[in-house]
Design a protein around this ligand. Sequence first.
Ligand code: NAD
Ligand code: DAU
Length: 348
Amino acid sequence: MKILITGGAGFIGSHVVRHFVKTYPKYHIYNLDALTYAGNLENLKDIESSLNYTFLKTDIRDNNQIISLFQEYKFDRVIHLAAESHVDRSISNPLAFVATNVTGTINLMQAALNIWKNLDEHLFYHVSTDEVYGSLGINGYFTEESPYKPNSPYSASKASSDHFVRAYGETYGLPFLISNCSNNYGPNQFPEKLIPLFINNILENKTLPVYGDGANVRDWLYVLDHVSAIDTIFHKGKTQETYLIGGNNELTNLQLIKSLCELMDKKLGRPEGSSEKLIAFVKDRPGHDHRYAIDANKLKYELGWIPKATFNLGLEETIDWYLANKTWLANVTSGAYREYYTELYENR
Ligand code: NAD
Ligand code: DAU
């Protein structure tokens, strides 16, 4: 089976690619990524010479290129993760999110339909976010039946792409799956998202900017649990259906930040309370969703998936990874990897 995984040089995508390359030697994995600021091939150094792995440096916004890649490689199935993924960036540049997340997704589906004849043999698996459902109050959970109510340009673009995927299923019979997942954390996450940004800032003794009062709630999921959910849905999911993925692990931002500060003090051998002193309450993110929480019972009872990681261990492992990979941190923040890999692939 030839599987196209898009966004495989990014945070979640790199863990998905590694898992599929290592677990399924009979599948050939094509990793398609534009290597934006958020993607770098250092994340996949350990599997880059595997016989069942090929990297394709391509932008999903480039329709002609996408069509010709599908014609050349005849991918059987797609797991689509490539996206602009950061809410704050979507507030300052919404159009970039429409171009990649909406138009890019349509380009892929259109190119797939151009070559897929017996549709039952194929699959377009779209990886999405719980943010499409908007914000919860203090009670309740998102389910697969929750109404769409995106509040940020990022979540609106992901909601739009979800709608296009479903519409391609209805209109053209595209066999699809959609999963909507809560906040991921773990190694290889670009230090713009809360956990890696704050680890990096503590290392550099910089301010920790807490938006608003820090009472917003997120449901944290260790990235390898997301990978196992994606594997389960890919192999066992019922096509034309949506599955929600969550960690059953709600924390306010302040609760999370305080645990992170405590652990960082211990790991760095700094006096207790040093990292917490870096906290600064700053102006809230516009349209900041108050709470996300997932009811993942459909995935549990229909497909047998449950998350394995406990948050304390997952957070500690994540911190250990960043402390052991300071060169990675320096090179992603300076753009050095981006320059290196872009040049490498442009010269091929
Ligand atoms: P990321 O920003 O770390 O990685 C995105 C990857 O996509 C990068 O490698 C980047 O180079 C690539 N990319 C971006 N634009 C591209 C384009 N035009 N053409 C080709 N490649 C392009 O993102 P992530 O956090 O790993 O998220 C992956 C997917 O999972 C996204 O679709 C996101 O919406 C979804 N998701 C993320 C989370 C989370 O907590 N991070 C939770 C739920 C869902
Ligand atoms: O829920 C899934 C989503 O989770 C994914 O779809 C997104 O791709 C991913 O970025 C994430 O979105 P969030 O906006 O929840 O993640 P972020 O790490 O940006 O912020 C987490 C919380 O921390 C949020 O309430 C905002 C707050 N925050 C964030 C940053 C970067 C701060 O208080 N200060 C910060 O500097």
